[in-house]
Design a protein around this ligand. Structure first.
Ligand code: EAX
Length: 336
């Protein structure tokens, strides 16, 4: 009897030990339980899989697999599956997810340096923006997220933002007066539409389609590729090509995780990110040209506007934020 009892105790202890080890593997984020040597990087985004973010992330994932010899796998989670953009940034910072690709819109909530890009019409030429973003100023701004636990790898592109609505063609700045326009959770975006007389409504991207469908907001503003891939044309009749804000996007990875990689793996990820970033930027610019006709064919009424008139109307917003943005940053973008 004693031998049977002892045998049962040993078996239970062995099972408990195995379960504990199994749990350790399962709880270790970024690990593949079937292949402990393999690193899995979950990459979250709010945009759709067929958007510029989604296709650029696929190029990144393929290059990471190639350059690491399959040691690192990037798994892409589009359509806000892992949360809205603020959740994604916070998650990467604390390590609950490994990577994200988000617009810079919510980033001033984490580092005011990112406000630079939100000033209306501060960017009118992509190439000049790329020079600043890829130079010392851009790298300084990316580095400002490090205290958050985030290694911001590079600036990708979301694009020039255009206003949509269901009431009537928006031609002049006064046409948005009184309109409930959804904006990102960004202080300059909010102030700009407030200044124009609209009722700006900050909202996570994942809630916008339903809000437009139910009419709780009149319009929103985004690059054409977001309008197309998120099917905004199904719930919005008009788009005006204001291009009032230029949105970069930022590819981020948890800093502790990245710093813990070997030099070879770090080099492979950095090489893959730069090549995929450049691919995504040119793809985004190409779509801006192609999608005017595509959205027209999808039933939207596309309105050209006098951008100089819009730039003059938005200019007073600058003075409200001059004390929050380094003057040399603004000169670098305007002076290019
Ligand atoms: O980053 O929230 C937005 O309007 C963004 O453009 C979208 O999440 C893609």
């Amino acid at each position: 009897m004693k031998k049977v009892l002892l045998f049962c105790v040993v078996v239970v202890m062995m099972l408990a030990l195995a379960a504990c080890n199994g749990n350790d593997k399962a709880q270790d984020p970024g690990k593949d339980v079937d292949d402990p040597k393999k690193v899995v990087l979950r990459l979250g985004m709010t945009a759709e899989a067929d958007s510029h973010y989604g296709k650029g992330a696929k190029v990144f994932a393929d290059k990471v697999a190639e350059y690491t010899g399959g040691q690192v796998e990037v798994q892409i989670f589009p359509s806000s599956q892992l949360g809205n953009e603020r959740d994604l940034v916070e998650g990467v910072g604390v390590g609950t997810i490994e990577m994200c690709l988000t617009s810079t819109g919510p980033l001033p909530n984490f580092s005011s340096d990112f406000m630079l890009f939100d000033l209306p019409f501060i960017v009118t030429d992509r190439q000049k923006a790329y020079e600043v973003m890829d130079g010392t100023i851009g790298q300084e701004i990316l580095g400002s997220l490090a205290p958050m636990g985030i290694k911001a790898l590079g600036f990708w592109e979301n694009g020039f933002r255009n206003i949509t609505n269901n009431r009537a063609p928006i031609v002049s700045p006064e046409d948005v007066r009184g309109m409930k326009i959804r904006t990102m959770e960004n202080p300059i975006h909010l102030e700009t539409f407030r200044h124009l007389g609209a009722q700006p409504t900050p909202m996570a991207w994942g809630e916008v389609f339903i809000a437009l469908q139910q009419g709780t907001i009149d319009g929103q503003e985004n690059p054409l590729v977001i309008l197309y891939t998120a099917k905004i044309y199904e719930v919005q009749k008009h788009v005006s090509l204001t291009g009032h804000f230029y949105s970069p996007a930022v590819m981020s990875i948890n800093k502790n995780l990245f710093d813990g990689f070997s030099a070879d793996i770090q080099e492979a990820i950095l090489k893959a990110e730069k090549e995929a970033r450049d691919w995504e930027r040119q793809y985004s610019a190409q779509l801006d040209t192609e999608l005017v006709q595509t959205l027209t064919d999808a039933g939207m009424i596309v309105t050209e506007v006098d951008k100089d008139e819009w730039q003059r109307a938005c200019a007073p917003v600058y003075e409200k934020f001059m004390d929050k943005i380094k003057p040399e940053y603004i000169e670098a973008l305007l002076g290019q």
